[in-house]
Design a protein. Structure first.
Length: 626
């Protein structure tokens, strides 16, 4: 979840009740937890005392609201900070001491010459199984360490010659090793050396060793049953670039050419010069290189309405979700049915990516490992399709672009079907102009729940208990307008992120909206940061996100404008593609007035009214553009 500080469960479970007249008042600290360590010179210190009580920290009086809320940007000195908090009300005084440590990483001194052994890279073993097929960038290994500043540094691999390193910042040294394509190494150590200003030389060995075996590529196949859903994009199965950024989300059976190992990950070559890292445990690994796929004519298909009505089983929660599953007959049929673009692969389940571009007017399918290009039918006889093009964009890389007659705002997926790839595009629903929400299937997700407390509630109510009543009330309002609303949870239960997503996919939902409250990470000054934000990943969710943001700002202007729309978010609850998926950060828990609005039943009613109105406004706008 974006910018979220998790509340420690034990802190809330142990939170004392507000004092009675006969007991000493107590200080509740929502954040930071006792014994916390932070690398910044300030910390958000927040919590509450009994209404009407005062608060002192180290004998200094600090601002407290009439409701007892305090929210401070508190300075920390390096090392241990013992914050003595005392509150007084009705002649009674209560105290507590909070221990917070500000960690400071001190640079190594110039003398004596030193190397921090924990900083030497590579940290993990690196294996190259087919260096001859790797591009120079894929054979380049970064060597780095922290040491005494203003020295002369070098490194060597195995028994090779010393290679220079440069000091890129005070005390940080970096170098690059280009593995020769024909090299043969077996667990070769990487040794760094540093000669200091005094002439003293010290050395250290990186934990990760280098191997170049030439044993050739292997085949890795995504294990059956590891990928849930059609459009969840589960980060537990993601492949990443060598720099750690998400690249593609595999499907069951997706086949990779494996050419190396980096720690617990294997490296796959999608195309010359294009490598990704994959967790090895999700793959079946076999000797030999996979065969290239052979494509043929692309075909357009329309799913019969009966197929649209087929739903997947809604996954169980713990305890079970109280909302009933969607009955097949309750799912509105797409007329005449979803569009499917069938791309022959010749039985080779090659890796692919699919993305929305140009504000949702284009779907781009990129395939890795085809040795023949797909061919397109002419003309493309479908009212949803304005045009299509197939292009080779590199050796073994094929791009199919599908231009649409209107921005796609209803959902899309791509998956294997036998030996083919199916790109499925949902058509716009048939909306009733008099009642646009009639028959729409809306999934509302109250963030967190059960053992997942969410953000720290300074007035002793955590995020999970603020989002649920908003979602429940918004559901009532939407049902009054004719929508079918499914709540991922209707009680304080624990749900996994992907259980929430699967609920929407199984129901063939029109929209997934996850409701949260925002908070700041360590090191961010909370003063002045307030108001709503709406996160989404794909352009198809842009229009409903904008409608919701407008409704929130209109209904709750006292929140502040907030940072607004957050497109391109990489969140589990916004990545699903089977329907527009978005996440609302209603307000900031780290802003006193935003928090008070969330705590107030009338404030939560306004949030629910705004969410329901924003969804209704989106669908009404879809009627007006047709």
């Amino acid at each position: 979840m974006p910018l979220r500080r998790a509340v420690l469960t034990f802190a809330l479970l142990a939170a004392p009740a507000l004092s009675s007249a006969s007991a000493a008042p107590e200080v509740f600290v929502a954040y930071p937890p006792e014994g916390y360590r932070v690398a910044f010179d300030h910390v958000i210190l927040e919590g509450s005392v009994p209404p009407g009580a005062g608060l002192k920290i180290g004998g200094e009086a600090v601002p407290v609201g009439p409701d007892g809320l305090f929210m401070l940007w508190w300075p920390l000195r390096p090392g241990a900070n013992d914050l003595r908090l005392s509150t007084t009300v009705g002649g009674q005084t209560g105290t507590r001491t909070l221990h917070v440590t500000r960690t400071v990483v001190a640079p190594l001194p110039a003398t004596p010459t030193q190397i921090d052994p924990e900083s030497v890279t590579p940290r993990e073993p690196l294996e190259f199984w087919d260096a001859a097929g790797d591009a120079p960038a894929e054979r380049t290994v970064t060597v780095a360490f922290l040491g005494s500043p203003r020295g002369q540094a070098a490194f060597r691999v195995g028994g090779g010659p010393p290679l220079p390193m440069r000091e890129v910042s005070a005390g940080r040294y970096e170098g690059a090793y280009l593995l020769p394509a024909s090299a043969r190494l077996e667990q070769a150590p990487v040794t760094v050396s540093l000669t200091g200003r005094s002439g003293q030389t010290v050395t250290a060995v990186a934990p990760g060793r280098l191997s170049s075996t030439g044993s050739g590529p292997f085949t890795g196949t995504q294990r059956a049953g590891t990928v849930r859903g059609l459009g969840l994009n589960d980060a537990g199965n993601v492949t990443t670039t060598l720099g750690g950024e998400a690249f593609l989300y595999p499907r069951d059976g997706m086949t990779f050419t494996l050419v190396g190992r980096q720690g617990e990950d294997v490296r796959a070559r999608l195309a010359p010069g294009v490598s990704v890292l994959i967790t090895e445990k999700q793959l079946e690994v076999m000797p030999g290189k996979p065969a290239f796929g052979r494509s043929g004519p692309v075909t357009l298909e329309t799913v019969p309405p009966a197929a649209v009505l087929t739903t997947l089983p809604i996954p169980p929660a713990t305890p079970p979700v109280t909302a009933p599953p969607v009955a097949p007959e309750a799912v509105p049929p797409a007329a005449p049915g979803d569009l499917r673009v069938r791309v022959p692969l010749g039985g080779a389940l090659v890796p692919f990516t699919v993305a929305q571009e140009q504000g949702g007017r284009r779907l781009t399918l990129t395939l890795y490992g085809l040795d023949t290009l797909p061919t397109l039918p002419a003309p493309l006889a479908d009212p949803l399709v304005a045009g299509a093009e197939v292009q080779p964009v590199g050796l073994g890389v094929t791009r199919l672009t599908l231009d649409l007659t209107a921005p796609q705002a209803w959902g899309f997926t791509a998956n294997y079907d036998g030996g083919d790839l199916l790109l499925t595009v949902r058509r716009p629903p048939a909306l009733d102009a008099a009642q646009p929400l009639a028959g729409r299937v809306i999934v509302l997700d109250a963030g967190h729940g059960g053992t997942q407390w969410g953000g720290a509630g300074s007035l002793r109510v955590p995020e999970k208990d603020l989002t649920l009543p908003i979602a429940q009330r918004a559901a009532e309002l939407l049902r009054e307008r004719g929508a079918q609303v499914i709540l991922t949870r209707d009680a304080d239960v624990t749900l996994g992120l992907y259980e929430r997503d699967l609920t929407a996919e199984a129901a063939h939902a029109d929209l997934l909206v996850s409701i949260h409250a925002n908070a700041l990470p360590d090191g961010r000054d909370p003063r002045g940061l307030r108001g709503p934000e709406v996160y989404f990943t794909h352009p198809q969710a842009g229009a409903p996100a904008a409608a919701l943001l407008t409704a929130l700002r209109r209904t709750l202007p006292d929140l502040g404008a907030g940072a607004g729309l957050k497109p391109g978010a990489n969140l589990a609850l916004t990545r699903p593609t089977t329907q527009p998926s978005l996440l609302i950060e209603t307000a900031y828990l780290t802003d006193p007035q935003n928090l008070r609005t969330l705590m107030d039943p009338s404030g939560r009613e306004r949030f629910a009214q705004a969410i329901a109105a924003g969804i209704a406004d989106f669908y009404a706008a879809q009627v007006s553009v047709r």
